[in-house]
Design a protein around this ligand. Sequence first.
Ligand code: NAP
Length: 486
Amino acid sequence: MATRRAKTLFCRSFCSRSSNPLRVCVVGSGPAGFYTAEKMLKAHQGAEVDIIDRLPTPYGLVRSGVAPDHPETKVVSNQFSRVAQNARCSFFGNVSLGSSVSLAELREIYHVVVLAYGAESDRLLGIPGEDLAGIHSAREFVWWYNGHPDCQYLFPDLKSSDTAVILGQGNVALDVARILLRPTAELAVTDIASHALAALEESSIRKVYLVGRRGPVQAACTAKELREVLGIKDVDIHIQEADLVKTPADEEEMKNSRIKRRVYELLSKAVMSGPSHNSTGQRELHFVFFRKPDKLLDSDDRSGYVAGVRFEKTILRESAGSGKQVALGTGQFEDLECRLVLKSIGYKSVPVEGLPFDASRGVVPNVGGRVLVDSFGDHKLLEGVYVCGWLKRGPTGIIATNLYCAEETIASISEDLEKGLLAPVRSLPKPGREGLLQLLDDRNVKVIPFRGWEKIDAEERRLGSLKNKPRDKLSTWEELLKVALD
Ligand code: NAP
């Protein structure tokens, strides 16, 4: 019903304009998707842009990835909301590329398809025991505390032991450590999912280990985020002084990177201050370096539940030609007991049918956002298909990185249009929005228009105001669809 209403509404506004506008579909409504839509609307005054997302809610990582105690980073969603309200732009949530509509169909319906659906899976360690219960990817844990409807029922075990081990030392690992250790009174006034806040309030976790396979100079985090985690109230910081000894190769790395210098300085300062520099010693954060995970250990009763991690000590060696120091195992092992392991070793994109994919790099082969049929050979283009964001570059960078990424992709599209490389655009009208909504209607897909998201938004804010929170997120598919379609 709502789908039909939305269709009538959108068709009316569409029919009143040019009979053959450039019709663009952006898949994914995170930062990469919204920046792409914004740039496209600006660069091509006649273009109509539809953004689809598999979730009923827009904004991707801004809603599901950014930590709840970083509200300032989420302000960009106001800008994205204005883009969605542009008369030439539409948002259609609950539309999944692959199951609701295929890439081949989108290519039939639109002149240009930009894939910006990010990285919704995880890199694997590839070591024994990875499938034991009690081990989660950081992505799942982040989705859980951010109220993503796919992880509402994750139930991370925060009760069985006092120790959590986080593998990896990037900014996501730091976010996760902060959420585990920060006083819950401070989290209670954020938009953290209610189920996560309740579990954290009951949590027995007192010690968090952030473990890196390389040294402090190679830690993947940035200074601002490190400073924040080092400053959490009532947390003792533990770092082995011996780990801070630098080699000439480390000095060289630091010489070339201000971020590395700042991170190293902050860690050194934390060592100098000693463990109880800022706390009453209630909780501990351990930075552990030069340890690579070798095996995830089953408990003695073989219950299938993780009981710890076996690490191999490492040393660093320069990898020939890369200028990068890599971790080599030394054959010395040690075990760390815990009942909760969070793997924060990076996100991974997932391909869809008909999309070329470079599985080793986890990206779509592309040149400046133009999708290539394969990474080798003659660089033949998949006509009319482009990429942006993590699917294009891999899972690195902050939100603003997607702005530059979108500019590059839009520049490629504009150039291709100018050169006539998208030949059918001028001659062949495409059904665009009308065609998409018809197809989804035929398949009984319950499309959530932006108006549906606005209802979710209003309800979440209303619920939040009752608890002194900016919003109380609806975290199940049932709740989200009910409110949006009401
Ligand atoms: P990341 O920065 O790439 O960090 C991944 C970490 O996992 C590194 O420490 C890496 O160590 C380690 N790792 C990878 N494979 C491993 C393996 N097999 N065994 C052990 N360790 C392994 O990724 P991320 O933390 O997921 O962050 C993704 C992007 O989002 C980053 O660009 C990050 O800066 C950004 N982000 C920013 C913020 C913020 O600005 N506040 C917040 C969250 C995320 P090696 O270096 O040895 O490979």
